[in-house]
Design a binder for this molecule. Structure first.
Ligand code: DX5
Ligand code: ZN
Length: 218
C-alpha cells in the first residue's frame, strides 16, 4: 500500500467546517489546497489568511495549488507560511526558475503546474529546479470535471524525462481522478494523485483514499 501519494482536495469539502473536514482524511498523505483568484481561473476560493489557519490546525502536510496570476509575487508568501509544498502555474510565472529557487529557499518544496494545453517540453530543462510537476488533467478552476485522456501522453513524456534526468521530481495529476481513472494516470507515470469529489463526495472519505490507493496499483 505504498505505491503513491493521495492528496484529497478540500475544494470539495465543507468550507464552513474545514478543520473537521481535515480530520476525515487521516489516511491521506497530504491535503491539497486550491487557491483561485478569479483572474487566472474563473473562480474564487480562499487566500493567505485561510491557508495560514489551515496550516496551523492541519494534522497533514499542506500542498498548495496556486491558480493565481502574478505567481512571482504571491507564491513566496505561501511558502513563508511553512507549507510543505507550494505549486505555481508555469503560465502565471514570469521567472519560473527564480521563483522555484525562492520557494525552496523559504523551506517549501517547489511545484510547477501545467494547464492541459501547455506543453511540457519547454520546461524539461528546469526539472532539477523543482520537486513536483503538476500535470493538470482538467482545465483548472472547478472540481467535479471529467478526466482528460488527452493529457496522458504529457504524463508519459514527463515521466520519461524525470527518470532520464535523475532528478527527484514527483509527478502529480489533478482533476477527474477517481477509482476508474487513477489507474490510467498511474500507468502513464504519475505518482501523486489529487482527488476532490472522489474523496469528499464519498460517505467515508478516509476509506475512499484507501480505495484510490488500491486502484492505482491495479
Ligand atoms: C481544479 C482543482 C482540483 C479539484 C479537483 O481546478 O485544481 O484540485 O479540486 O477536483 P476533482 O477531483 O473533483 O476533479
Ligand atoms: Zn488543484
Amino acid at each position: 500500500m505504498s505505491c503513491c501519494s493521495i492528496h484529497p482536495s478540500i475544494l470539495s469539502a465543507d468550507f464552513a467546517n474545514l478543520q473537521a473536514e481535515l480530520a476525515r482524511i487521516s489516511t491521506a498523505d497530504a491535503v491539497h489546497v486550491d487557491v483561485m483568484d478569479n483572474h487566472f481561473v474563473p473562480n474564487l476560493t480562499l487566500g493567505l489568511p485561510v491557508v495560514e489557519r489551515l496550516q496551523a490546525v492541519s494534522p497533514l502536510p499542506l500542498d498548495a495549488h496556486l491558480m493565481i496570476a502574478d505567481a512571482d509575487r504571491w507564491a513566496p508568501l505561501y511558502a513563508d507560511l511553512g507549507l510543505a509544498s507550494v505549486t505555481f502555474h508555469a503560465e502565471a510565472a514570469i521567472a519560473p526558475i527564480k521563483l522555484a529557487r525562492e520557494l525552496r529557499a523559504r523551506g517549501s518544496k517547489a511545484g510547477m503546474a501545467l494547464r492541459p494545453a501547455t506543453a511540457v517540453e519547454p520546461y524539461l530543462e528546469m526539472l532539477a529546479e523543482i520537486d513536483m510537476l503538476l500535470v493538470m488533467t482538467v482545465e483548472p478552476g472547478f472540481g467535479g470535471q471529467a478526466f482528460l485522456d488527452v493529457t496522458l501522453p504529457k504524463i508519459r513524456k514527463a515521466r520519461a524525462a524525470v527518470d532520464g534526468s535523475g532528478a527527484k521530481v514527483a509527478i502529480q495529476v489533478d482533476g477527474g481522478i477517481s477509482s476508474s481513472t487513477i489507474e490510467r494516470a498511474a500507468e502513464a507515470g504519475a505518482d501523486v494523485f489529487v482527488a476532490g469529489s472522489a474523496v469528499y463526495g464519498a460517505e467515508d472519505p478516509a476509506a475512499a483514499v484507501e480505495a484510490l490507493r488500491a486502484a492505482a496499483q491495479d
